[in-house]
Design a protein around this ligand. Structure first.
Ligand SMILES: NC(=O)c1ccc[n+]([C@@H]2O[C@H](COP(=O)([O-])OP(=O)(O)OC[C@H]3O[C@@H](n4cnc5c(N)ncnc54)[C@H](OP(=O)(O)O)[C@@H]3O)[C@@H](O)[C@H]2O)c1
Length: 281
């Protein structure tokens, strides 16, 4: 396999996947809704791709044998958006789709990402499913970064623990999966330890030299805060489910899948925070 389409290539995980696949010598089509913002060259070809615009799908899939597939984040419409891409990939003879799902969705058949998993498994395209836990990068560049600017983490997570994982480790695992052709497999990807959000805040405070506090807020307060940012109601409800899973302890499990795939231990939150300290300073 030579060429891979990377969906979500402008996001936290997608950028890391492009870097990891480039390092293994793959040619990359970097799918983006605004490809003009991506620097071309170095084996990376930006291509226009939007799930809602099926006219962009065929051109994006041109000449690729593999697809790194991800859903738009927090999108309850993910099954309807991804199915046409999976079907087109099948008809184009794509040889491997690696899907980013999320840890725990295999316990909830009606979860949008579980439905996408089922669609992919039934598609006839050789597949691999990666189920990562919450990303460490949510605190540095992702959807929680604006909160950190206010020196706070305000979530309805109670004291639930999460085995946060770095996108660098997920991306390395994805590149190994493509390289070794590990198809018909499912991996649950976590970091090396489960932490609660007070521990996360303490580590960020220590490495950045700026005090960040965690405030465990009621679910209603979290949801109205999200509505206040303009988040669509479907995504607000998606977040509600995610953090009820954290409170229930479902995100605390630690697996060995990163080390089994990559041969190295996943990054600790402490190491991630030290690398990212400048973002919070
Ligand atoms: N963050 C987590 O903790 C976590 C945990 C488990 C699983 N996941 C899954 O991992 C994936 C990536 O998450 P992330 O945190 O890296 O997200 P992110 O940084 O917000 O990136 C999302 C990417 O999806 C693209 N995108 C959004 N809507 C799109 C659409 N309608 N059509 C085409 N592209 C679209 C964005 O492109 P634009 O530049 O065009 O906006 C961006 O490149 C998601 O599927 C998420 O469900 C995330």
């Amino acid at each position: 396999m030579k060429n891979i389409l990377v969906t979500g290539s402008t996001g936290s995980l997608g950028r890391a996947v492009v870097t990891a696949l480039k390092a293994k010598g793959y040619g990359i089509r970097a799918a983006a809704r605004a490809p003009g913002k991506l620097p071309p060259g170095g084996g990376v070809e930006p291509v226009l791709f939007a799930y809602e615009d099926q006219a962009t799908h065929a051109a994006a899939l041109q000449g690729v044998e593999g697809v790194f597939l991800m859903a738009p984040p927090l999108d309850p419409e993910a099954p309807a958006k991804l199915k046409p891409v999976i079907d087109l990939a099948k008809s184009r003879g794509v040889r491997h789709i690696v899907l980013t799902s999320a840890m725990g969705v295999d316990a909830v058949e009606q979860a949008p990402l579980r439905i996408v998993e089922r669609q992919l498994m039934a598609s006839g395209v050789p597949y691999t499913i990666l189920r990562p836990n919450f990303f460490m990068e949510n605190f540095s560049t992702g959807f929680l970064a604006p909160m950190l600017k206010q020196r706070g983490i305000f979530l309805a997570a109670a004291d639930g623990k999460t085995s946060f994982i770095s996108v660098v480790d997920i991306a390395e695992a994805a590149s190994v999966v493509f390289q070794k052709g590990l198809v018909s497999k499912e991996y649950n990807l976590t970091g090396p330890e489960a932490l609660d959000h007070a521990q996360v805040a303490a580590t960020i405070s220590e490495v950045s030299g700026k005090t960040v506090t965690y405030q465990a807020i009621p679910e209603d307060a979290m949801l109205s805060g999200l509505r206040g940012t303009g988040m669509p109601e479907g995504s607000v409800q998606y977040v509600r489910v995610l953090y009820s899973a954290v409170r229930a302890g479902y995100t605390a499990a630690v697996t060995n899948d990163i080390e089994a795939l990559t041969g190295r231990k996943p990054m600790s939150f402490d190491a991630f925070a030290r690398q990212s300290a400048a973002v919070w300073a």
